[in-house]
Design a binder for this molecule. Structure first.
Ligand SMILES: [Zn+2]
Length: 313
């Protein structure tokens, strides 16, 4: 039997075909049209699923299931997508039912950060822990929560949708979640250019504010000791650190795993995150910060893990 894991992001979709021993047999990736809607996105995913199976000579009867990680608020029990902040037209869509009507293969739909959390918990930085919070700091910002070894969904499915927790309500940049002042609007790749331009106004900097502003540019600036890069990293660290303090106070979980593109900045960013955490935490008990270990594959590995957790027929 094989499983397919699909990681749908705000800009691209990645697919992994896995065998029973979790070996990655095939992979592919493509860009996602940003204005697509639920059925449009699903048609694209279905076309790729069918071609992956065909190219690998896999009969549908040999597919244990397909797991899809979506950057969305998802009613987990029904695989229903309420809203997606990165793909704003993917909303109010019965995604799992759509696939069930077209494929005789079980399908699970869950949020993308839950996929990464499960992958890191079972195969990466969370191995052996009882409780864990995983946080993606990439194009977007989101978390997944493991309690007593199990993924915790909450009542509906958006437990620890941390990117949209509010830190300055009604102030700041408007996010795809329709609010202003959520953590994602301060600490994610999508909003990095806005913040760098604002912080850079009137500042002496070698960074070209009219060019691409992303994690790579930020890293180069930090290596060169550029004041704008320093100010940007300080601001990012402040919001990630405060978010982590709040999660620690809410959940009292002592293992935080960080993944996503901006985590490639490494300790130059996360030493600052840790300093913010330590500044606001006044109880001296062990709290671990770790980097994700599975690199770019945790999204597809975790989405394929959703299949293992489907109710057995
Ligand atoms: Zn938001």
């Amino acid at each position: 039997m094989v499983r397919i894991g699909i990681d749908v992001g705000g800009t691209k979709a990645a697919y992994g075909l896995f065998d029973e021993d979790n070996r990655l047999l095939d992979r592919r990736q493509h860009l996602v049209p940003v204005d697509t809607d639920g059925p449009g996105l699903s048609e694209i995913l279905l076309g790729n699923i069918l071609s992956i199976l065909r190219e690998n000579g896999v009969d549908h009867s040999r597919v244990e299931g397909i797991g899809i990680g979506m950057p969305s608020f998802i009613l987990y029990d029904r695989g229903y997508v309420y809203m997606t902040s990165a793909l704003v037209n993917v909303r109010d869509f019965a995604m799992r039912d759509w696939f069930r009507e077209r494929l005789d293969i079980p399908v699970a739909v869950d949020k993308d950060s839950n996929a990464s959390a499960v992958a890191e918990y079972r195969y990466g930085a969370g191995r052996g822990a009882r409780n864990m919070v995983y946080t993606t700091v990439g194009t977007g910002l989101g978390s997944g929560l493991i309690i007593n070894g199990e993924l915790f969904h909450g009542s509906y499915g958006w437990a620890v949708e941390t990117g949209h927790m509010l830190i300055t309500p009604d102030q700041g940049l408007e996010c795809g979640c329709r609010n202003r002042g959520c953590f994602m609007s301060y600490a994610s790749g999508r909003y990095l250019p806005d913040h760098m331009k604002r912080l850079g106004a009137g500042m002496k900097t070698e960074i070209d504010l009219t060019g691409d502003l992303n994690g790579y540019v930020l890293k180069q600036g930090l290596d060169a000791g550029d004041p704008l890069a320093e100010a940007t990293a300080d601001q990012l660290a402040r919001y990630i650190g405060i978010l982590t303090v709040n999660l620690y106070l809410a959940l009292n979980i002592n293992l935080f795993v960080f993944g996503g593109g901006l985590v490639n900045l490494g300790n130059v960013l996360f030493d600052r995150v840790r300093a913010v955490f330590d500044r606001y935490n006044h109880v001296d008990m062990p709290v671990e910060f770790k980097f994700a270990e599975l690199k770019q594959d945790y999204g597809i590995i975790g989405a394929a893990e959703f299949v293992r957790d489907l109710p057995k027929p």
